[in-house]
Write a protein that binds this ligand. Structure first.
Ligand SMILES: [Zn+2]
Length: 180
């Protein structure tokens, strides 16, 4: 909960979400929690962070997942520059966004058969593998800005035309030339 990656509603980025979807593993704001409830418990179950008793095991799940991490799946293919509905968006915009996100699964990562919460609770090894790949050696504290995935292309090997410079030769820093 206090993880900085959970400071904002997973759906509309409102501050300090106090509700949680124990189906998706995200923290959401009051308004979005209402829409989660409207979808029905067969789609998503909502719990209050402070008031409700949580089912066994869910606390661990939420310790492992963060909104950012879960959204890596649900919003994997969100078009570049797509504006998520913010705190000031209309209810209609929020409903439309959440319907596309969770019901139509418009932006999910097609390479994954299951969402992160399912993986964590049922296929831990796959979850660990996925997590490792997603973090890619980066720390969790990495910025939550959209990441540009730059494929590192191997640079073409240039044939050195000139004779190889002896490695042992120390590089002498030339002082800037003074005009006479
Ligand atoms: Zn929200």
């Amino acid at each position: 909960m206090r993880n900085p990656q959970n400071m904002y509603c997973a759906d509309c980025t409102s501050k300090t979400p106090r509700w949680a979807s124990i189906t998706f593993g995200t923290f959401v704001c009051l308004r979005c929690s209402g829409q989660h409830r409207n979808f029905g418990v067969h789609i998503t179950k909502i719990k209050s962070v402070n008031l409700d008793l949580w089912p066994a095991g869910k606390v661990q799940t939420f310790q492992a997942l963060t909104n950012d991490l879960v959204n890596l799946y649900w919003e994997a293919n969100l078009p570049k520059g797509f504006q998520k509905p913010g705190p000031s968006a209309s209810n209609n915009q929020v409903v439309q966004f959440m319907t596309d996100k969770y019901i139509n699964k418009k932006w999910v990562d097609p390479k994954m058969k299951h969402d992160p919460l399912y993986l964590f609770e049922n296929k831990r090894e796959k979850f660990d593998k996925w997590l490792k790949k997603k973090l890619g050696g980066k720390t969790q504290a990495a910025s939550d800005d959209e990441e540009e995935v730059v494929e590192a292309k191997p640079a073409p090997v240039k044939k050195n035309v000139s004779a190889p410079v002896p490695q042992s030769k120390p590089v002498v820093q030339q002082p800037p030339r003074q005009p006479p």
